[in-house]
Design a protein around this ligand. Structure first.
Ligand SMILES: Cc1ncc(COP(=O)(O)O)c(C=O)c1O
Length: 444
């Protein structure tokens, strides 16, 4: 047999492991056997395994040999169990969790405990994550239309940290951040922490007013635009392709960055391309696994334009270093074995069922919602002050958010945001009927 090049052997094994032709748990030939078989030096054989280990494909177990890495081994969700009925019906925060997810976690931890490389999780990892883990996220992002090299993907402790790192790296105190007049409340906290000046863009039911954004960028030195183009929080919109193109054109014309938040994007089954794909040179894409897997996981990621990655890594070192190794191992295991994709599909179906329940319970009220999302924007009558309505509902054991929480400027509509994900599915109809009856009984 002709001697093989070291790269060719790595590629051959990597392809066979990824395709499943060499299944997880398989013991690989010893370094000596591989050297003999491929007519390569012993040191070269060791290098092959080192490279495969760096790719996260094999693991060396001292005294036992080299094994194809077992990632995780779930064979499906447990039979569904009703969530315990909460004393309070929390419609203020979306915490989507499927029955049986605790079983998935138990199984993943068990698998990890016996996979042989558990000790590696105790070692310091690079801020932003190991290359092979960043590669797993980059591959997942391809499914969202984002074609990023692993180098440009940083792993963070949730989306909120990804946003923090982006602002810390790319803005300066006093800079102007354009945001929708109603937006995710966490961006207000961050803007205040980084001494940024929020410039609200008026909103309609279908998206921000881009003419105003254009004027704003002419009038003020807007450094970045924070946007949630796909399943907006709180209004549920999905920006059309033309709106995305226009936003990219405006950002280019005024040389500002786009910060695209994809936290809820998985809920839209066929979205237009992300802004990251339309303007990759100036878009920072942030998202995570809080809403599609579990908020307690605290796993997120940021995709940065290439030239900013090194300074973002410095920012991560100054902050909380990024996603912890143990959490990354869980998250990448679930990304690789299809659990995340399956949960996302289940979530879309679950959210659609919840929207059906909401539509029936709130029929005739002023409702704005995306059909497969977990949010309802409920307009109130002119005489109904949102904070008063929220206080009355809280006395009835129903927690909601008022428009104030989402307002980034003076525009404070008379509205509530209802988060549909946390209440058990079987309870939701009754809770929403009670909410409606309570609101309608409030005297003018
Ligand atoms: C639009 C949006 N971005 C970011 C976040 C924060 O996500 P994480 O829990 O991953 O930090 C949320 C959480 O609700 C959100 O709604």
């Amino acid at each position: 047999m002709r001697s093989s090049s070291y790269k060719a052997v790595v590629h051959e094994f990597a392809a066979a492991i990824r395709s499943g032709a060499i299944p997880a748990g398989t013991q690989m030939p010893t370094h000596r056997a591989l050297a003999r078989e491929r007519r390569i030096a012993l040191a070269t054989a060791s290098r092959v395994y080192a490279e495969l280990a760096a790719l996260g494909l094999v693991v060396g177990e001292p005294g036992r040999g080299t094994f194809v890495r077992v990632r995780s081994g779930y064979d499906g969700l447990e039979p569904s169990r009703a969530l315990p009925v909460p004393r309070l019906a929390d419609l203020s925060f979306n915490q989507p969790l499927a029955p049986g997810q605790a079983g998935l976690l138990r199984q993943a931890l068990r698998t990890m405990a016996v996979s042989g490389d558990i000790g590696a999780l105790l070692r310091q990892h690079p801020p932003g994550g190991h290359r092979h883990d960043r590669e797993v996220v980059a591959t997942y992002l391809l499914g969202r239309g984002i074609d990023a090299v692993p180098h440009d993907v940083l792993l963070t402790s949730g989306t909120q940290q990804a946003l923090d790192i982006v602002l810390r790296t790319l803005t300066r105190p006093g800079g102007v951040l354009a945001v929708d007049a109603l937006s995710y409340p966490g961006i207000k906290l961050l803007a205040s922490a980084h001494s940024l000046d929020l410039a609200p863009i008026p909103v309609t039911a279908t998206g921000p007013d881009l003419d105003v954004l254009d004027h704003l960028c002419r009038a003020r030195p807007v450094r970045a635009v924070y946007t949630i183009p796909t399943v907006h929080n709180p209004l549920g919109w999905v920006l059309e392709r033309e709106q995305r193109d226009r936003l990219a054109v405006i950002a280019r014309a005024h040389n500002c960055l786009i910060i695209e938040d994809g936290t809820y994007a998985f809920l839209e089954p066929s979205p237009p391309p992300p802004l990251q794909a339309l303007a990759p040179e100036r878009t920072c894409y942030v998202a995570g696994l809080s809403k599609n897997v579990a908020p307690g996981l605290r796993f997120g990621f940021a995709v940065l334009p290439g030239g900013h990655v090194e300074s973002a890594i410095r920012s991560l070192r100054a902050a909380a270093w990024g996603a912890p190794g143990l959490i990354t191992a869980l998250a990448t295991g679930w990304l690789l074995d299809g659990t995340v994709t399956r949960l996302e599909k289940d979530r879309r179906e679950d959210a659609a069922a919840r929207q059906d329940i909401a539509r029936a319970a709130l029929a005739g009220m002023n409702v704005t919602a995306h059909p497969t999302s977990y949010m309802v924007w409920l307009g109130l009558e002119p005489h109904q002050r949102p904070d008063h309505v929220a206080a009355v509902l809280a006395e009835e054991g129903i927690l909601v958010s008022t428009a104030d929480a989402f307002a980034t400027g003076p525009y404070r509509p008379q509205a509530l945001r209802l988060a549909l994900a946390t209440v058990a599915l079987g309870e939701l109809g009754a809770v929403l009927h009670h909410l409606r009856d309570t609101i309608e009984a409030i005297p003018p």
